[in-house]
Design a protein around this ligand. Structure first.
Ligand code: EZ4
Ligand code: CO
Length: 409
């Protein structure tokens, strides 16, 4: 058991730690006057220091002296109380505070966070990971390797003939999009892509059979009608989902896609509040909502998005890239365990070095993740280790068409 729940729970210290053990992470550490430590993930890929400043300059002074148990009241205070609402920087900062407070509540009550959310409704969380290749043979080998690891669901991305570099495909091995002191430039031409992708899915379905869950990320690059055409072309291969077909801020685009295909649609990794997706959900234009705990206001807000989705038959498919830190991953898994309308959870390996700073109780068995049953999130953040890995400026890539014009990345 943790400390006495009735004891004073005033927040006495708030620290922001930016570290780079293989990639950048922003971590919020909240300490109560009786020495309980809660941690939250505030990593916003390529814009880390903006969130760190929002936290340390604007939120930390509001938190010291507050009762750490008042999680919803704190969320309301930081969201409604700022007047300037929403946006990725604001909502990543609020998310970190929220997750840290859930961690503290778990520690003082001796319960894993999923227990506080109503308890597990499943034994494990089905995860998908990323297969990629510079050609179809390499993609097939990568896909097979992930099946060997036990995955039941795999996302497939491949280099496209005629384009030098595309989203999701590294020069060798794992793809980590944030790199470079200045942004890398990737190439794009929708016609090349649309020509190639149906054949790629046909081949994977043919090679790996009918039961594996097949996913693909179009990464916000198509027009609605192009997306409708792609979805229709992929119907024979029974995709688990087609992700981010169009730029995500245009919710009504999905009405058009829906009119043209029964391929399930997933979107939401760039969303930060329910206001980004309420039309998508209530009109049933999507099948999976993909917001991340660390970018969409924490557990407190994401569970409200999930509850709205549940009412409309939309399932969850939380974003889980390497830029969601192990703290954010653990938080996501606790929520995944506890919500009835869970769909699937993305899992991308963190770069080597990450485990030196973040130690989790997360397990992966036969395709299913579990966050563990330690009190709180079940993650230990080693601040001394973090200090050995200082921040390094990194950018996400910028995308250009073959004529040189900027395209959605
Ligand atoms: O490009 O997390 O589905 N996963 C993704 C990711 C995103 C990065 C951006 O920071 O699309 O790879
Ligand atoms: Co994506």
């Amino acid at each position: 058991m943790g400390a006495d729940y009735r004891a004073s729970m005033r927040i006495s210290d708030v620290r922001v730690v930016v570290c780079s053990p293989g990639r950048n992470y922003v971590t919020l550490v909240v300490e109560t006057e009786d020495g309980i430590i809660g941690i939250g993930d505030a990593t916003l890929n390529g814009r880390e220091l903006a969130v760190a400043a929002y936290l340390s300059e604007h939120l930390a002074p509001l938190l010291v002296g507050r009762d750490a148990r008042r999680i919803t009241d704190t969320w309301e205070y930081l969201y409604r109380g700022s007047y300037w609402r929403r946006g990725p920087v604001t909502m990543a900062a609020i998310a970190a505070v929220d997750v840290a407070l859930w961690d503290i509540l778990g520690k003082v009550t001796g319960q894993p966070v999923h227990q506080l959310l109503g308890g597990a409704v499943r034994d494990g969380v089905m995860a998908y990971t990323h297969a990629s290749g510079r050609d179809l043979d390499e993609l097939e080998a990568s896909f097979a390797a992930h099946l060997d690891e036990g995955y039941l669901a795999v996302r497939a991305q491949c280099a496209v003939p005629g384009l030098d570099t595309v989203y999701g495909v590294g020069a060798r091995g794992d793809y980590e999009p944030a790199s470079g002191e200045l942004p890398d430039e990737e190439t794009w031409e929708t016609a090349h892509y649309l020509e190639f992708v149906p054949g790629m899915m046909a081949r994977l379905r043919q090679t790996f059979g009918p039961t594996v869950h097949l996913l693909h990320d179009a990464h916000h690059r198509l027009t609605p009608i192009e997306a409708g055409r792609l979805g229709a072309a992929l119907e024979p291969y029974r995709m688990f989902w087609l992700e981010d077909p169009t730029p995500a801020e245009d919710q009504t685009a999905f009405r058009i896609i829906r009119q043209h295909t029964t391929t399930p649609l997933a979107v939401g990794e760039v969303f930060n509040t329910v206001w980004d997706c309420h039309e998508l959900i209530t009109n049933r234009w999507i099948d999976y909502i993909r917001c991340a705990v660390s970018h969409a206001g924490g557990i407190t807000h994401l569970r409200r998005i999930y509850a709205l989705a549940e009412t409309y038959g939309v399932r969850t498919g939380a974003h889980g890239p390497s830029d969601v830190s192990p703290i954010g991953h653990a938080a996501t898994l606790h929520l995944d365990l506890a919500v009835p309308n869970f769909g699937v959870q993305e899992r991308m390996q963190h770069p080597a070095g990450t485990e030196e700073v973040f130690r989790t109780g997360i397990s992966f068995d036969d395709g299913y993740l579990h966050p563990g049953t330690a009190p709180g999130l079940g993650v230990v953040f080693d601040e001394e280790a973090a200090a050995r890995f200082p921040y390094q400026r990194r950018y996400l890539p910028v995308n250009r068409r073959l004529d040189g014009s900027v395209h959605d990345w």
